[in-house]
Write a protein that binds this ligand. Structure first.
Ligand code: CA
Length: 469
């Protein structure tokens, strides 16, 4: 594709460390708002149960997030809805009573601002829930409802059990909104403006490919009018190209990169050569937009990284080391940093483990170390990328800027007796994860052996003089 010109995105996003929270499951800060029948926090999650997590809980845990190094939150929906995931919006302008109050929301926004942290919300605009006022009006008044054209209805009366109207995924409780109707579009655009005015910093777009691009172009225009620094990011599982035109979003949730990371780091489905080729293709497709996409290892819609890695913390660490050292904005799914496990929905939505005895503290410390490095390293945030070695299961690369360099060596597979990696730039390197010092010989970094399932993140040793640049 041709190089994009005029691509603009907020710098804060490019430099951010995102953390995704499923509000019902992160922390219960106010037992007083728990819905009836709330189950104990440690329960095995189901599609139906409520755990009591809320906005006050998130505010209460900002110290934790800040100590990890997080600078931005993406929250899945917390507007009024009937389910625990709240993708079935009843009211886009009201906080779900079980998530808290408008005061709780404002307290969270204020606490985030105090810490210079950002907040991105979930724009679920393709469909609403069956509790949405317009849908209920059509249910009640049929052909007399002024909201008839807000939906894509085949026949009346509406049949929720066997939907005779367009839905999301065939689910009767998720009626699709007719965003081609200017009245619907205007309503949703005002929702977007409203929450930006309330102090949020951006929107993540839910199933945005199901909505005409013209809507998202107008969405961008209106959103950036309210907050020129807002970050807009599309959910995208496949090719990101439709989103790279510069007039809709700033980035996508880079699930295709996730696929490659898991195939290489977790599943051994890709060797290093294939991994390198796929990374190159993605960089070429994304062009100058590459730094603005979210690099994620999992989400509320996938199995957790720990589970995809077959329970291996060593493999999680390899994937995390890549995530934190590659081009793109890292986003951690809540609990992945302490080794939580879980298959796809509903099991990936368990209550966050807060008892340190149940947390993998070594993994947490490694995440923290990697995040701290990313934040202080211009090479990782803005630098160039160069593969150094792609040999069977071993992948090595460097990131570098004018005055900074990081060399990364990943080996998700078996131990190798000896691996040599070209690193002629410095004499001595320190692995930030172990503190181990490596010296170059004949311009090469030598690992003999290179341990199985290991990740090395090497920075020039302080005081060491560059060989040459
Ligand atoms: Ca609660």
């Amino acid at each position: 594709m041709t190089e994009l010109s005029g691509w603009q995105a907020p710098d804060w996003a490019k430099n951010a460390i995102f953390y995704q929270i499923f509000p019902e499951r992160f922390c219960n800060g106010d037992p007083g708002n728990d819905p009836q029948g709330t189950v104990p926090w440690e329960s095995i999650p189901t599609r139906e149960t409520f755990f009591g997590g809320d906005l006050a809980g998130i505010t209460a845990r900002l110290d934790y997030l800040q100590s990890l190094g997080i600078t931005a939150l993406y929250l899945t929906p917390f507007f009024a809805a009937r389910t625990n995931h709240r993708y079935d919006t009843s009211d886009y302008l009201v906080i779900d009573p079980a998530a808290g109050t408008l005061e709780d929301f404002r307290a969270l926004v204020a606490a985030l601002k105090q810490r210079d942290m950002r907040l991105v919300l979930d724009a679920v605009f393709n469909h609403c829930g069956d509790g949405f006022f317009a849908f209920q009006d059509v249910q009640a008044r049929g052909a007399d409802s002024p909201y008839l054209d807000w939906f894509l209805i085949q026949s009346l009366p509406l049949d929720i059990q066997r939907p005779n109207y367009q839905t999301c995924g065939g689910a009767g409780f998720l009626p699709k909104l007719n965003t081609a109707n200017p009245a619907v579009a205007e309503y949703l655009l005002r929702v977007a403006e409203h929450w930006l005015r309330e102090g949020t910093d951006g929107w993540r777009l839910d199933v945005p490919w199901k909505i005409p691009m013209a809507f998202w172009q107008e969405f961008r225009r209106r959103a950036l009018q309210v907050n020129p620094d807002a970050y807009l990011v599309a959910e995208e599982w496949r090719n990101a190209t439709p989103w790279l035109t510069g007039d809709t979003v700033h980035g996508v949730m880079n699930y295709r990169l996730r696929d490659a990371i898991l195939d290489f780091c977790a599943r051994d489905h890709m060797d290093a050569e294939d991994f390198d080729i796929e990374l190159g293709r993605l960089r070429q497709e994304h062009g100058p937009t590459a730094p603005y996409h979210l690099t994620l290892l999992g989400s509320h819609d996938t199995a957790r990284i720990r589970t995809v890695c077959g329970g291996s913390t060593a493999r999680v660490l390899i994937a995390a080391a890549f995530q934190m050292t590659y081009i793109g904005i890292p986003m951690i799914y809540y609990g992945d940093e302490i080794g939580m496990a879980g298959e796809n929905d509903p099991l990936c939505r368990a209550g966050m483990v807060w008892d340190e005895a149940g947390q993998d503290r070594a993994l947490w410390q490694a995440y923290r170390t990697l995040i701290a490095l990313r934040k202080r390293s211009s090479a990782l945030r803005d630098g160039a990328f160069e593969p150094l070695l792609a040999f069977n299961g071993v992948y090595a690369y460097r990131r570098f800027s004018a005055d900074d360099m990081v060399v990364v060596v990943l080996n998700p597979r078996e131990a190798r007796d000896m691996v040599r990696i070209p690193a002629p730039w410095y004499y001595q390197w320190v692995d930030i994860l172990t503190g181990q010092v490596f010296k170059t010989a004949d311009n090469m970094l030598e690992f003999s052996p290179l341990p199985a399932q290991s990740a090395w993140v090497l920075v020039p040793r302080v005081g060491d003089e560059a060989c040459h640049e």
